[in-house]
Design a protein around this ligand. Structure first.
Ligand SMILES: [Zn+2]
Length: 488
């Protein structure tokens, strides 16, 4: 929705509601928490500002009464979403929604979050999505009572609107954002890989070191020690562990600098540079770790083989010397089981670790590609997806937006208003109030009024008079009773 494309690495919206739910309204008959009451009244105000189609389409009664439910013709249900769900979505790298209509379930999701202004601002946009629900084909625009532009005509309108020179700057900005999304995804790919590599390498060295210590500590092995080899191996293990810790710290510091940077784009480039520098050393890291791992394995095997062979030799001697035939049998059995146990499982283990590494790398690539595609599609839809462009046009009309084109709002002119006037439902214009107010606003601006003053006067006005002409824009009848349920 908003221009929050740095979601992957900057901390953004979706602040929690900080315990607000425990504050209850003073009205004894109203069990709803005060913040919910306030939010619902804000939503009501936004919905009432829209034209009367909302009355029959958006569900108003959320009490448990069965009769109330039966009386409903409306099908779009409001649903609260707990803020934590939003935070999770953000962590996955998706761009957070302020409010969102979900055509598949026909629900209008309202995240409970502290930024109420953003949420309410998104309502006009989402209400277009309700109208133009082509997925569920439940939107009024797809019903027989609708008269107006076909989807082809909508496509043509959007094409000519967006090709106007006024959109060039926005187009350029969006291209830059595409670049940022691409770089961000790339950075996260390397970042995750490096994190994993460093962790994996440290763990492997740690394991190798433990193996070495174990074998050194075995008291029966003293006779088989191979000089000062284990001292050298131990030193090499320590060196490697320090090297990986330094790499991890270096990356951590670079990350901290990135988070505090005032220029996220250049910081992102520096971060990618740093990541690539470390990433280039990954083969060397693996090589060093694999080497130490193998050397220690070989050393351990060497020492253990000596011990094993010696034990076998001792058993052979016992068997040869034993006079008691029963005891002799016992020694023979023991020798056989020692032979079986002696076969090391290390090869099998190493094979499965290799498989795991391969599998993890594949999963990681798929996840990153998915995150990147989602973010890119959000960037792209600003100027390509007809549903999204129309949502911005209708939102701009109801919000009386007269500024330069930005990602979520565009300025409109008489051509746009004429186009919006063609949308009717049951013979009534779908956007009458928006078109009349916007047109009047244009007139007031050309008469010298500031755009923000025009918006302040008109956006929620129900009656207005200007230059001898009277306007009537009654609020749509929309009153929420009960509390919308939570989305699970
Ligand atoms: Zn949208």
């Amino acid at each position: 929705m908003n221009r929050k494309f740095f979601a992957g690495f900057l901390i953004l919206a979706f602040l929690g509601i900080a315990g607000g739910l425990v504050v209850f309204s003073a009205d004894a008959t109203d069990e709803r928490p005060a913040n919910v009451v306030k939010l619902l009244s804000g939503i009501q105000r936004e919905v009432r500002k829209n034209d009367s189609w909302v009355e029959s389409v958006i569900q108003q009664d959320y009490t448990t009464s069965v009769m109330a439910k039966l009386r409903l013709r409306s099908h779009v249900e409001l649903r609260f979403v707990r803020s934590s769900e939003g935070a999770e979505t953000q962590e996955m790298g998706f761009i957070g929604n302020i409010a969102a209509y979900k055509p598949k379930t026909d629900k209008l999701l309202i995240p409970l979050q502290s930024n109420e202004a953003d949420l309410l601002d998104a309502m006009d946009h989402e209400l277009w999505h309700v109208l133009f629900d082509s997925d569920g084909v439940m939107g009024p625009i797809f019903e027989s009572q609708f008269r107006g532009p076909t989807t082809t005509e909508i496509g043509q309108y959007i094409h000519s609107k967006l090709n106007a020179p006024i959109f060039a700057a926005l187009r350029k900005e969006i291209e830059e954002d595409r670049g940022v999304v691409e770089s961000d995804s790339k950075a996260r790919l390397i970042e995750e890989r490096l994190g994993r590599v460093i962790k994996e390498c440290m763990e492997t060295v740690e394991r190798a070191h433990e193996k070495l210590e174990d074998v050194i500590k075995e008291p029966e092995l003293v006779a088989f020690r191979v000089g000062d080899d284990e001292k050298k191996l131990e030193d090499r293990c320590k060196e490697l562990k320090t090297a990986f810790a330094v790499t991890a710290m270096d990356l951590q510091e670079a990350m901290a600098r990135l988070s505090s940077s005032k220029d996220p784009r250049s910081a992102l480039h520096q971060w990618i540079g740093k990541l690539e520098e470390h990433n280039a050393r990954v083969p060397m890291m693996y090589e060093a770790v694999d080497k130490i791992d193998h050397v220690i394995d070989a050393y351990t095997a060497h020492v253990r083989t000596k011990k094993y062979e010696d034990l076998l030799r001792q058993l052979d001697a016992k068997i040869a010397q034993e006079r008691n035939s029963q005891m002799k049998q016992i020694w023979i059995q023991q020798r056989k089981s020692m032979e079986r146990i002696g076969k090391p499982a290390a090869d099998t283990l190493r094979q499965s670790v290799k498989q795991m590494r391969k599998w993890a790398a594949g999963m990681e690539k798929k996840t990153i590609a998915m995150v990147r595609d989602t973010n890119l599609s959000v960037v792209d839809q600003t100027l390509h997806n007809p549903n999204e462009v129309m949502a911005r046009v209708v939102d701009s009309a109801y919000s009386l937006y007269y500024g330069v084109p930005i990602q979520n709002k565009y300025p409109l002119d008489e051509t746009d208003l004429k186009f919006l006037e063609r949308f009717t439902y049951e013979g009534k214009p779908l956007f009458r109030k928006a078109v009349e107010k916007y047109r009047l606003g244009l007139q007031m601006i050309s008469d010298g009024m500031k755009a923000e003053d025009g918006k302040a006067k008109l956006e929620y006005a129900t009656e207005f008079a200007y230059k001898g002409k009277a306007y009537s824009w009654p609020e749509s009848k929309f009153t929420i009773t009960g509390t919308p349920p939570y989305e699970h």
